[in-house]
Write a protein that binds this ligand. Structure first.
Ligand SMILES: Nc1ncnc2c1ncn2[C@@H]1O[C@H](COP(=O)(O)OP(=O)(O)OP(=O)(O)O)[C@@H](O)[C@H]1O
Ligand SMILES: [Mg+2]
Length: 343
């Protein structure tokens, strides 16, 4: 015991045994060297438990809940705190924690994702220039040879796909870096559905899939981002179109959940009569880069980010996403968005 103690004493990694209230039962030399007497202060903070709000230390003591590692900021640096042991001595639960300074890694990670976001963002400029030009040529009164018109339309479709991809990657890198901010503007959900459906009507017509939209007249407003919600619904519709055969049906709808008279939530559904998703794959489709074994009926391999982003957007609005699907019959994606009263 004494030998192992002195071994721990001399480890280069800060290690401490602490109680739930932030008391220090043991600390090694590295701990003292790194944190000195300031440790008393931030441990107290980490152990605080004020009505519902608890410091990070608490998580290591919750029985059955397996918090093993957490990144915390201590005096301006980021430490990865690992629980290496949990013991109860004289009825007092204690945990042994080790601390690793990961500030540099974190900064590097952040720089990398900022860089990606920057590049991706800069790609949008020239691309919208190209789109504008194509749109101008195609809408100008000049009579274009059909062959050229077809080619230009193809170019327009492809540039649209590229723009979607760029937006996805941009949203994704923002989500990852924690810079994903959702605007707080009034959103007319009926308008969101209309825009999303309109933007894919051409694709649906080309693929010979019926795309319809149905909702009552008085869909209430919610607070959030028109842009991001529209993109989320577009993602769902474009998935449905990708996985629904010719003569199939994709329908977009909205229902209102009420509590008494007041609307409580808007439930948006995108339902298709497509190939469906295998039961054992249903759980994972909302994860990033996850694609099921099902092959899309039409080319254009995706990145598997679409549903991940939909989930993040909906959750940022305080809502939730769910899916019901039967293989060979169809899929129904459900977004439930709470109606929050504007403050
Ligand atoms: N309506 C649907 N019908 C059948 N399978 C679906 C449907 N929607 C999603 N999936 C399955 O879930 C997977 C994940 O969808 P997601 O939108 O995240 O990625 P993706 O469409 O493959 O790529 P991306 O959207 O990034 O272009 C899809 O690859 C597909 O296997
Ligand atoms: Mg998709």
């Amino acid at each position: 015991m004494t030998t192992s103690r002195s071994l721990v004493d001399n480890l280069p990694q800060p290690i401490a045994v602490v109680t739930e209230s932030g008391g220090v039962d043991y600390k090694n030399g590295a701990f003292d060297e790194t944190f000195g007497t300031d440790a008393i202060q931030w441990l107290k903070e980490a152990a605080r438990a004020v009505a519902g709000e608890r410091g990070w230390l608490h998580g290591f003591f919750v029985e059955g809940d397996d918090l093993q590692t957490i990144d915390v900021e201590i005096e301006g640096r980021v430490y990865r705190v690992d629980r290496i042991l949990r013991v109860t001595e004289d009825d007092v639960p204690k945990v042994a924690l080790s601390f690793e300074d990961v500030t540099r890694e974190r900064e590097a990670e952040q720089a990398k994702s900022d860089f990606t976001a920057q590049i991706v963002h800069d790609l949008r400029g020239p691309l919208s220039g190209i789109q504008g030009t194509l749109e101008f040529i195609l809408s100008a009164d000049t009579k274009l040879d059909t062959m050229y018109a077809d080619l230009l339309q193809e170019a327009q479709r492809e540039s649209e796909r590229m723009m979607n991809l760029i937006n996805e990657i941009l949203d994704f890198s923002k989500i990852k870096s924690g810079n994903f901010i959702v605007e707080q503007e009034p959103v007319r959900v009926a308008g969101v559905l209309k825009r999303a459906v309109r933007s894919l009507q051409q694709v649906a017509a080309r693929d010979e899939v019926f795309l319809i939209s149905a909702h009552g007249r008085d869909v209430p407003q919610i607070i959030g981002s028109v842009e991001k919600l529209t993109q989320a619904v577009i993602n769902l519709i474009s998935n449905s179109l990708k996985f629904t055969p010719q003569k199939g049906l994709v329908s977009v709808g909205a229902q209102i959940e009420r509590k008494g008279d007041a609307p409580e939530a808007i439930v948006i559904t995108v339902t298709d009569s497509g190939m469906g998703i295998k039961a054992d794959e249903l759980q994972s489709i909302f994860e990033k880069y996850k694609q099921s074994g099902t092959k899309s009926l039409r080319g254009g391999a995706g990145t598997g980010l679409g549903l991940y982003i939909v989930k993040q957007v909906v959750e940022a609005h305080g809502g939730e996403v769910s899916v019901a699907s039967v293989e060979g019959v169809g899929t129904s994606m459900v977004l439930r968005l709470p109606v929050r009263r504007a403050a």
